[in-house]
Design a protein around this ligand. Structure first.
Ligand code: JB2
Length: 218
């Protein structure tokens, strides 16, 4: 039997929310429902009709007053996910981690809150992964990496040992990062990039090796 305080609320109801729900349901986590700006037009998660959409972000405070506590922000966009995560924390919600049983997380890694780790992902010894990070399908963080809040390590990305990744970084699908480099906050590495040197903050870069394309707005 589950009560509202055990039951998970998700912010978002799109593709990422569906991936995250798949993990939550497989792990036996009771789910209360999702919040979406498309409510009330949309009443359930497309392709997962057993999961109701129960309101919009404007309902967060009411849902908290009604006893809901566990939350997960399931939106791919790093800035939006960061903003909604802070909003939920301010209300008093408790972000949970959703870790696929097919991921491998070292017992010597430190994880914050509100993190999802998808199937096939590996987080090795000595890593520190901050709040609200997505470690997506088949991506890997080798030993002693640090990952700042609200990053997305996209599917198939391989990060070697001792890499430092700032807040809000997007490592696109299938990036490779050599050991020991730093990637500055809010930078975006395009799919398939090979990172062999430090990347400054707020930069769009891609290619093999990854090269500066343009500065990104702050
Ligand atoms: O302010 C918002 C808001 N803005 C958009 N509040 C809430 N609660 N939800 C919001 N959304 C919702 O995010 C939309 O209504 C929609 O349900 C969802 C966006 O869905 P979409 O499938 O376009 O993106 P996603 O964020 O779920 O997934 C992206 O990121 C993943 C990591 C996609 O790029 C995926 O392909 C990717 N795997």
């Amino acid at each position: 039997m589950s009560c509202q305080s055990d039951s998970l609320l998700l912010i978002g109801a799109g593709g990422h929310a569906r991936s995250v729900l798949d993990i939550a349901l497989e792990n036996g986590q009771p789910v209360a429902g999702c919040l979406s700006p498309d409510y009330p037009t949309l009443r359930s998660v497309p392709g997962l009709e057993e999961i109701p959409i129960i309101g919009t972000d404007n309902d967060l405070e009411r849902l908290f007053r009604e006893g809901h506590r566990k939350i997960f922000v399931a939106i791919g966009n790093n800035r939006l996910r960061g903003r909604l995560y802070r909003q939920a924390l301010e209300i008093g919600f408790e972000p949970v981690n959703l870790i696929s049983r097919y991921a491998r997380v070292s017992r010597y890694a430190r994880l914050g809150r509100g993190i999802c780790v998808m199937a096939g992902a590996v987080i090795n010894i000595g890593c520190t992964v901050s709040d609200n990070v997505i470690v997506n399908t088949n991506s890997s963080l080798d030993h002693d990496c640090t990952v700042g809040p609200s990053c997305h390590i996209a599917p198939g990305t391989a990060v070697s040992g001792g890499v430092s990744i700032g807040e809000g970084v997007q490592l696109g699908t299938g990036c490779s990062v050599i050991d020991g480099v730093s990637i500055g906050a809010w930078s975006f590495l395009g799919a398939g990039s090979v990172v062999v040197s430090d990347i400054p903050d707020h930069l769009l870069a891609y290619g093999v090796p990854a090269k500066r394309i343009q500065a990104l707005p702050r």
